[in-house]
Design a protein around this ligand. Structure first.
Ligand SMILES: [Zn+2]
Length: 78
């Protein structure tokens, strides 16, 4: 996350927005978790296990929908 979802101020990796003081720690943790699961999905896909990859990717998309995860899902479902 590069910008505060509430006021759009640049975050620079901070967990509290310097402008509106929004607490974004849990949101950032969720984003990181989604990214880890997406990486796991990619690895499963590379090791020839597209079913697990698809399942992991679905979970990742529920946590955080990114353009990368969406394109990966399209790739998996071809
Ligand atoms: Zn803010």
């Amino acid at each position: 996350m590069e910008r505060c979802p509430i006021c759009r101020a640049t975050l620079n990796g901070a967990e509290t927005c310097r402008r509106c003081r929004a607490e974004l720690g849990s949101v950032l943790r969720t984003e990181r978790m989604a990214e880890e699961i997406r990486t796991m999905a990619m690895h499963r896909f590379m090791s020839g296990d597209p079913e697990t990859a698809d399942r992991l990717l679905k979970r990742s998309l529920l946590l955080h929908r990114t353009p990368e995860a969406v394109s990966l899902q399209k790739l998996l479902r071809r």
